[in-house]
Ligand binder design. Structure first.
Ligand SMILES: Cc1ncc(COP(=O)(O)O)c(C=O)c1O
Length: 417
């Protein structure tokens, strides 16, 4: 037997092997100043490509005003208590109504957080007899929801319809035996790769198999589809998505989330989603702030057009310069390099310190051991000059990487090159 804390002190979690790297630099960095493309990091001005503020709403003057006024009027405490008991309000109901109308679903239920919302929705939807079939590259909140499930689950290879069909055959056989149902879960836009979920293909399988579809469209809401209603709208299959989920943490630049679908099922969820029933209601300023954001999202399609312009320029520029990127049509733009963790740290530091660019770097175990992934998040607030500056910096980094510059001792790049 061991003392639990002794064991944890030795392990410190899956990322502990990188804990010798400077505190607050690679992990838990502090970006300061007004949210936007130009912020301060480590005392220096940086061009920032790491926030999911896709439409640039975070710092929109009308958003700031609505947030401030709602906070002055209600404070952060209201409404007190869980929604079901004492925490309901006309604003919560209004936001649900407006969201439902916007994404063309019968009803919407607000959630305090996306992460807890998703795993709790999954928990509420299925019982021991039911079967879950989910995409292999699903977000951690989906995986946690699947972990809570007491019955069987089958994972299908990422976006692979052939493999999904195979898993659906297994699931159908099992559900026929248990008398349960099938829940398929995927994402609208996969946040790491930028791949769009093949919702059209998944929906097509409904003709052959009996299942219900839950889509987490955290990165698609506001960015995809002719009106910004998400990937279901983009692919013309919004009606076939049985439960549509999104968070307010990306395009809406806030906190909170929602799930949408058929009235009776949403009602069932209101009485069953444990992370909402047993938690305090979403604070009023966040609800009123979300109403303002939704109004702006609908009123200003040019935010989405601007985002797409920056996104296209970045993707085209990277491709023309020979970078390895995923050929996607969604905002997240990962750029891949061959190299180890030491090189990743050096490159990232060089980019920040010598080129003044802040961009999240993703390393093993999220990507394979010899892959370095810089994840560029274009937003409507970026300019074409920002794109050009970044392309030039990445070209310089690539030459240095190819020359072995970053293979020197770890963290040498901070000294001016
Ligand atoms: C696909 C996906 N689902 C859910 C979440 C969680 O949302 P929230 O930040 O509102 O908890 C995220 C956020 O990273 C996400 O990318």
């Amino acid at each position: 037997m061991v003392d639990l804390f002794d064991k944890l002190r030795m392990e410190e979690g899956p990322l502990a092997k990188y804990s010798h790297l400077p505190d607050d630099y690679f992990f838990f960095p502090k970006l300061e100043g007004e949210i936007g493309p130009r912020m301060k990091f480590n005392g220096k001005n940086v061009l920032n490509w790491s926030l999911n503020n896709y439409l640039g709403l975070a710092n929109h003057p009308e958003v700031r005003k609505a947030d401030a006024e709602a906070t002055a009027t209600y404070g952060l405490a209201a409404p007190m208590g869980a929604r079901m008991m004492s925490g309901n309000s006309v604003h919560h109901i209004e936001l649900e109504k407006q969201l439902a109308a916007f994404i063309k679903k019968e009803d919407v239920m607000l959630l305090n957080y996306g992460y807890q919302g998703v795993f709790s929705i999954i928990d509420a939807l299925v019982s021991r007899k039911d079967v879950i079939v989910y995409d292999a590259e699903s977000h951690a909140c989906i995986i946690d929801g699947v972990r809570l499930h007491m019955g069987k689950r089958f994972v299908y290879a990422h976006n692979n319809l052939e493999n999904l069909e195979k898993q659906l055959q297994r699931a159908t056989k099992l559900a026929n035996e248990t008398g349960g149902g099938i829940l398929v879960i995927t994402e609208g836009v996969f946040g790491m790769s930028g791949n769009m979920g093949d919702l059209k293909g998944v929906v097509e399988l409904k003709k052959k198999y009996n299942f219900r579809l839950l889509v987490d469209d955290a990165h698609g809401f506001g960015t995809m589809g002719p009106t910004g209603a998400g990937v279901g709208e983009e692919q013309g299959v919004q009606d076939e998505i049985d439960l549509y989920f999104s968070t307010f943490a990306k395009s809406m630049a806030s906190i909170g989330a929602f799930v949408a679908g058929e009235k009776k099922i949403v009602k069932y969820l209101r009485y069953s989603v444990r992370s909402q029933i047993y938690a305090k209601s979403l604070p009023m300023p966040l609800v009123i702030g979300a109403l303002k954001r939704l109004e702006l999202l609908k009123k200003h399609p040019e935010f989405r057009t601007d985002l797409k312009k920056i996104m296209a320029a970045m993707k085209t520029g990277l491709k023309e310069r020979g970078f390895m990127i995923n050929p996607t049509q969604t905002p997240p733009t990962p750029v891949l390099f061959k190299g180890g963790v030491g090189e990743a740290a050096n490159m990232s530091m060089d980019l920040r310190e010598n080129y003044g660019i802040f961009c999240s770097v993703v390393i093993y175990p999220v990507v394979p051991k010899d892959v370095i992934m810089f994840r560029i998040i274009p937003t409507a607030s970026h300019s074409m000059a920002d794109v050009e500056e970044t392309l030039n910096a990445f070209s310089a980094l690539k030459s240095k990487l190819d020359d072995g510059f970053y293979r020197k001792e770890e963290l040498v790049a901070v000294t001016k090159s």
